[in-house]
Design a protein around this ligand. Structure first.
Ligand SMILES: Cc1cc2nc3c(=O)[nH]c(=O)nc-3n(C[C@H](O)[C@H](O)[C@H](O)COP(=O)(O)O)c2cc1C
Length: 183
């Protein structure tokens, strides 16, 4: 797959199953995240890889957050089941620091670029994935459970695995004139 084909035609995949990326494939995914553009070479991110028992622990953590947040049985059930939508989840945390030249927003954007790079690296190696977020990214129980500091921000949960169905390849491209101007 060439780079342009990947960037233009890749699709997110919500239905994922085993196998998950492992070995060199996983290392390439993590290394792609590490190569995200990064003002000041701060590497303002941390990747939490969950697989197997890690997914079980994440399920328990989301359930605990729902219980402690008194969000009701329906949300508890949803929370508990959510992590099982893929055999691997990489949580990407922006580790934001005070910096004279690199404001917080740039560090969060850099961490977001890491999510995208990891998703692309997964697709390039024959796997599928989807970047998810939701209210759990802001939940204090979830943040503490994943080792976030006070200024850290969870920018996404990258669900990874093998697509259950062949991903639809047709991607519709919006009219560029609505999004682009030439100055
Ligand atoms: C920051 C961010 C958070 C997202 N959160 C979710 C989410 O929680 N659930 C979801 O279904 N899609 C979410 N998406 C969108 C999907 O990752 C995906 O981009 C979308 O389904 C469009 O599919 P495509 O990537 O094939 O164009 C999010 C995207 C971004 C950039």
């Amino acid at each position: 797959m060439n780079a342009l084909d990947l960037l233009l035609n890749r699709r997110s995949v919500a239905r994922l199953t085993t196998p998950a990326p492992e070995g060199d494939v996983l290392q390439h995914i993590l290394a792609a995240g590490m190569r995200a553009p990064d003002h000041g070479a701060l590497r303002p991110w941390h990747f939490v890889v969950m697989k197997g028992e890690g997914i079980d622990k994440f399920s328990q953590l989301l359930e605990k957050a729902a219980v402690e947040g008194k969000l009701g049985e329906e949300v508890e059930e949803k929370a508990k089941n959510a992590p099982y939508r893929a055999p691997m989840i990489i949580t990407v945390i922006a580790k934001v620091v005070e910096h004279a030249k690199v404001p917080a927003w740039e560090q969060v954007v850099a961490a977001g670029c890491a999510v995208h790079a990891m998703q692309m690296a997964a697709v390039a190696q024959g796997f599928g994935g989807i970047w998810r977020s939701g209210s759990w990214t802001e939940d204090p129980v979830v943040k503490a459970g994943l080792g976030c500091g006070e200024d850290d921000k969870i920018v996404g949960f990258l669900y990874l695995g093998t697509p259950v169905l062949k991903a639809p390849t047709k991607v519709s491209m919006p009219d560029l004139t609505n999004f682009v101007s030439y100055f």
